[in-house]
Design a protein. Structure first.
Length: 337
């Protein structure tokens, strides 16, 4: 179990963050009732976490549940232009979890192209023509072991089982298959900006009745097509370091290694991949010593691993949303669409 270390946050703050990870649209009154605080206290804590911990609640399309391709990209670039490229990638709506690694010479990026045209535009068009990009390695994600709707904060275990049960969204009566229809786009667009947008706002954006919006959102979440996620700065509660681990396991051990990784406290994301390695992991730790302890301890003890390459993040450029001010002249021109 992970332990929080913070000079600014307390247990209630961490409980609130975890509760929002479980149900990002829960009302302040429901959150307060479960956490044993008034809704006014919860509202104040929420505003403080937004200001001091980078908290944002947003809707995410679950590409795996929707059957859409996802790729983890490793771009090797000249150090003097790596940040420009990373910032340009971050402005694209189909990217997430972008960081500078390997001393600033490598960019790691998750991309979720929504169509073959988006994929071709990025991987076969813009990136190969960017002079500062020296090498591109694309790893297609095949199977998620941990991450996505299953968030990392629950590893702190600050909520009791009955609190978790009380916070989970009510299941949709008939969610149906995981599918996003064209008429859902206006609804999802609002929630991608603010996952806690109130129903009257969603009603205005979609032109539907409030009851119809509630039913459709419940169905989208219930089917897994969309989930509500939280973005935050992990350093404020004592975990400022992160690294991407490129793991090669024997084919026979691929699934067992992935399932074991999903139980490790340090692992925020783990997926099987196609490419030079067959598992990619995002590990979050307190410090460099913590990364060493994980590599030589829990990870090193797993049977079936042939090779591990660690790429510590030098700087996180984008998590779920892009909040950095645009640079004047990025070398990789992208359009907003």
């Amino acid at each position: 179990m992970l332990e929080m270390e913070s000079d600014t946050l307390d247990r209630l703050d961490m409980q609130l963050l975890t509760a929002l990870e479980l149900n990002g649209r829960a009302s302040f009154s429901r959150l307060g009732a479960v956490l044993g605080a008034s809704d006014q206290t919860i509202a104040r804590r929420y505003r403080r976490l937004t200001a001091e911990a980078g908290l944002r609640v947003v809707a995410i399309r679950d590409a795996e549940r929707l059957g859409q391709d996802q790729w983890m990209l490793r771009l090797r670039s000249a150090p003097d232009n790596a940040l420009n490229i990373a910032d340009a990638l971050a402005r694209r709506p189909d990217t997430a979890w972008i960081g500078l690694a390997s001393g600033g010479t490598e960019i790691v990026c998750l991309t979720r192209p929504r169509s073959p045209g988006d994929y071709d535009d990025l991987l076969l068009g813009k990136l190969p023509r960017t002079p500062s990009v020296l090498d591109i390695r694309a790893h297609q994600l095949l199977h998620r072991f941990y991450g996505g709707p299953t968030g990392w904060l629950r590893r702190f275990k600050v909520l009791a089982d009955d609190q978790v049960a009380a916070l989970l969204p009510e299941p949709a009566p008939a969610p149906g298959p995981a599918r996003i229809e064209p008429e859902d786009e206006a609804l999802i667009a609002v929630l991608e900006r603010d996952g806690r947008a109130i129903y009257p706002e969603l009603q205005r954006a979609t032109g539907r009745s409030e009851s119809a919006v509630k039913r459709r959102l419940a169905a989208l979440i219930g089917s897994g097509a969309v989930y509500i996620d939280v973005e935050y700065d992990s350093e404020v509660f004592g975990y400022p370091r992160a690294a991407v681990l490129w793991i090669t396991a024997t084919p026979a051990a691929l699934h067992s290694v992935g399932e074991a990784l999903a139980t490790h406290d340090e692992v925020a994301y783990a997926s099987a991949t196609a490419g030079p390695s067959n598992i990619v992991v995002t590990a979050v730790v307190k410090d460099t010593a913590g990364l060493y302890d994980y590599l030589s301890g829990p990870l090193g003890q797993l049977d079936g691993i042939r090779h591990v390459e660690a790429s510590p993040f030098l700087r996180r450029v984008k998590q779920l949303t892009y909040r950095t001010l645009p640079l004047n002249s990025p070398s990789l021109k992208v359009s907003s669409r």
